[in-house]
Write a protein that binds this ligand. Structure first.
Ligand code: COI
Length: 356
């Protein structure tokens, strides 16, 4: 604890640094790590509650080689974004939803989790300490990455005796190299992302390591990413490596229902509500891969990808195109509605944004 305390940063130090904008090429942000000034760290024993936590200079952390996260993958992550507004305020989008999802995941992974209040307060603290890294209006957002991990040492398979809750941030632009242009997906027939009874429904780190193989094969063939099918019937859509998927047909919007193998995306849930509030019929149900063949539009949703239109999907060697090489009308409408709220351009009638 004493070494952690030495690294702790006093509030007075960072308030001096945060006033101006960081020196960065704001016009060329992609989705890669830009190291910022501070990270937040809190610790907890197996059955305890998290310490108050503190800001530290961003940098490497010490981990026991025998830690639960390194040996047995006992870890979760979250993702949310902060946008800068014209009036200088910063907006967070539904941070309490990330806190609740982390709690659900922690329960499944036998980890203690921070309370909703501690999660949200520490996100706010970390964003404000790194305020100069929140991109100027229209240039991107600050991606916030909370981590929860078994940092205590274990050798036999068991929950770790100590946990670390850490938050770091990075300014980001568009997730896909296509920018806002439609992406090209391939339906994966051999690899699966999740199985019934497994951990597909929580944001555990292993879910993302296990899709790297299929993703890299797809990228080598020129696709933007992979769309996974259910592992039982190999017939129903699940999700893309880093986002949820929606299919539009005759103005009806459908998305795979949450049933334990699909990540309950916060953008997914928000898009469903936004679409319904605009009069669309939205169905959460089993969506067969065959439905891709005659869909009008397909789009993906996620914190990182926001709303990404899909330009083509290849399934068993057959390529189907959408949107006439452009962005479909429904995808465009929902993208504008959601980002309008997130960036504070339209009135937040949903009460989803948190102003800093
Ligand atoms: C997010 O959208 O925040 C995610 O967690 C996806 C990640 C693979 C970038």
């Amino acid at each position: 604890a004493s070494s952690t305390r030495c690294k702790a940063v006093e509030a007075t130090t960072y308030t001096r640094e945060v006033s101006e904008l960081a020196d960065l090429d704001w016009d060329n942000l992609g989705f890669g790590l830009v190291q910022t000034d501070y990270m937040y760290v809190a610790k907890c024993s197996q059955n305890g509650t998290f310490s108050k936590g503190e800001l530290q200079r961003f940098g490497p952390i010490e981990l026991n080689p025998s830690s639960g996260v390194l040996n047995y993958g006992q870890g979760l992550f979250e993702g949310l974004k902060a946008y800068r507004k014209d009036d200088g305020f910063i907006l967070l989008f539904r941070p309490e939803e990330n806190a609740l999802r982390m709690m659900m995941g922690a329960e499944r992974m036998c980890m203690p989790s921070p309370s909703v209040e501690q999660f949200v307060d520490s996100v706010k603290l970390t964003v404000l300490a790194n305020k100069r890294w929140v991109p100027p209006v229209g240039k991107g957002s600050l991606y916030i990455r909370p981590l929860l991990m078994g940092s205590g040492a274990v050798l036999g398979l068991a929950p770790a005796p100590e946990y670390t809750f850490l938050i770091f941030v990075s300014p980001v632009g568009n997730y896909f190299k296509e920018g806002l242009a439609p992406i090209n997906l391939i339906v994966e027939n051999d690899f699966h992302r999740a199985t019934p009874g497994g951990t597909g429904g929580i944001k555990t780190i292993g879910n993302y390591a296990s899709v790297l193989k299929a993703q890299s094969i797809a990228k080598a063939k020129g696709y933007s990413d992979v769309l996974y099918l259910d592992s039982t019937y190999k017939k129903y859509l699940e999700e893309v490596s880093s986002c949820n998927v929606f299919v539009v047909k005759d103005k009806v919007i459908s998305t795979p229902a949450i049933k334990g193998t699909i990540l309950p995306g916060i953008t997914r849930k928000s898009i469903i509500d936004v679409a319904r509030s605009r009069g669309f019929q939205v169905e959460e149900r089993l969506v067969s891969v065959e439905e891709l063949l005659d869909a009008d539009e397909v789009f993906c949703t996620g914190t990182a990808v926001v709303v990404s239109p899909v330009g083509s999907i290849t399934y068993l060697g057959r390529r189907v195109e959408y949107g006439n090489k452009g962005v479909g009308l429904v995808s465009q409408q929902l993208y504008s509605a959601l980002t309008g709220l997130q960036m504070g351009l339209t009135e937040d009638e949903m009460g989803w944004t948190v102003k800093l």
